[in-house]
Design a protein. Structure first.
Length: 232
């Protein structure tokens, strides 16, 4: 089996570092364009199509098959593009508090109004930047001091256009099993919105009492769910 991990907005592949050693199998944490190993890409030019193709390219480069495809937060709109591009390689999809708007709507249409206000305040010049104060509230409510430092230290600027570009969810129509991990203490993507997302794609659900960055604050529990998904 193999695991492919897609990060959310304002993050990079390194956000999965606490989780990766707990997974038994080939594991690929992808940097979407504009950060990490793809930091040479101007983040202001990045589209959702670019994100899907970047994940597919990394999968093909490593020749991974029998994949548990994992999307966190904003990664929920990249996942279906990867499903559509490489359906034969994907065994199971797991969404970790992932945003799944209605098809052809925007991510901004599917987030909590208070969070949306904070996000829009961080947009300027085609770039979305989450401030430390907002990140502390939205991402670190269940994190200890060391985990908070790790989370805040990994934040990057992101493409504002991704938040406003209409999503393409056609990949979710494919008959690939999917599991949605509800995070009961999430202050960034609240449980009621998570419930809408999981219902929208007909996913089985599992609940963890964790905040938005559960792969940092509860990596053992997340790893156990991913491993169980790989066995199904």
């Amino acid at each position: 089996m193999s695991f492919v991990l897609i990060h959310g907005a304002a993050c990079g592949a390194a956000c999965w570092d606490p989780l990766i050693p707990l997974l038994d199998g080939d594991t690929l944490a992808v940097d979407l364009p504009g950060r990490g190993r793809r930091g040479d890409v101007d983040v202001r030019t990045v589209t959702l199509d670019d994100c899907g193709k970047a994940v597919a390219a990394d999968i093909l480069e490593r020749d991974l098959t029998d994949i548990v495809l994992v999307g966190h937060s904003f990664g929920g709109v990249t996942v279906p593009r990867v499903m559509a591009l490489l359906p034969e390689r994907i065994r199971h999809v797991v969404l970790l508090s992932a945003v799944v708007p209605e098809d052809r709507t925007r991510v901004l249409d599917q987030i909590d109004p208070d969070v949306r206000t904070a996000v829009e305040a961080g947009i300027g010049g085609g770039v979305y930047s989450i401030g430390a104060d907002a990140a502390q509230v939205m991402l670190c409510n269940d994190a200890d001091e060391e985990q908070t430092e790790f989370i805040l230290g990994g934040l990057v600027d992101d493409a504002a256009a991704l938040l406003a570009e209409p999503v393409d969810l056609a990949g979710y129509e494919l008959p690939i099993p999917r599991t949605y991990i509800h995070l009961a203490d999430d202050q960034c993507y609240p449980p009621e919105l998570q419930a809408r997302s999981s219902e929208r794609i007909g996913a089985d659900t599992v609940t963890l009492h964790a905040g938005h960055m559960a792969m940092v604050t509860m990596p053992d529990e997340v790893a156990a769910i991913l491993t169980a998904a790989a066995m199904n």
